[in-house]
Design a binder for this molecule. Structure first.
Ligand code: GAR
Length: 204
């Protein structure tokens, strides 16, 4: 199955997807393209090092967000991608693109949704004083971080934590959870029923 990974930053999640899926021929998953909205994203260097095609699609080069999304869609079709994987991609899509790829766009978010959606979830979790934080992998719908939840992992919060230390602990779990979810998707094991995502096991 061909996937596209969309990035904006460092790309540590991309790196684990390269190691655990793309380079493992038994996974049946190929990262066909890495798309970034930022030319300086270090994730692009990681993709190039692995020989994966890269595309830069910047919002400022388009008249509006519908035209921006149309270019993303054109790239997705061009590379025959079946699943769009957001990995630290910090742009929101407009409803038409979400509808076109319903249940074919997934995102990893560093909080236990529905708590702390948005752009600063780790800082928000600490400011609120939560004792557990975590990771959520979910399908993308028309709103911000509200789509059906596929999987979550809980991470403890310590009194000594700052944003960096907590985010690091969360990312360790992201790197384990995201490849697993993508494998399940590729194997046709995820069934969406309304808001619920059911993992089909061999016994069911
Ligand atoms: C990850 O922690 C991811 O959960 C977060 O950005 C980071 C990207 O790191 N995504 C969001 O906050 C989405 N709302 P990476 O570039 O090293 O993979």
């Amino acid at each position: 199955m061909k996937i596209a990974v969309l990035v904006s930053g460092s790309g540590t999640n991309l790196q684990t997807l390269i190691e655990q899926l793309h380079k493992d021929e038994t996974s049946g998953i190929e990262i066909a393209v890495v798309i970034s909205d930022r030319q300086q994203a270090y994730a692009l260097t990681r993709a190039k090092r692995a020989g994966i095609p890269t595309q830069i699609v910047r919002t400022q080069d388009f008249e509006n967000r519908i035209a921006y999304d149309a270019e993303i869609s054109r790239q997705i079709e061009n590379y025959s991608v079946e699943l769009i994987v957001l990995a630290g991609f910090m742009k929101l899509f407009q409803p038409p693109l979400v509808r076109k790829y319903r249940n074919r766009i997934i995102n990893v978010h560093p909080s236990l949704l529905p708590a702390f959606p948005g752009a600063t979830p780790v800082a928000d979790s600490l400011a609120y004083g939560v004792k557990v934080a975590g990771v959520t992998v979910h399908f993308v719908d028309e709103d911000v971080d509200t789509g059906p939840i596929i999987a979550q992992t809980v991470v403890p919060v310590y009194d000594t934590d700052d944003e960096e230390s907590l985010h690091k602990r969360i990312q360790i779990e992201e790197h384990k959870l995201y490849p697993k979810v993508i494998k399940s998707y590729a194997q046709g094991k995820l069934k969406v029923e309304g808001r619920k995502v059911i993992k089909i096991t061999s016994e069911t």
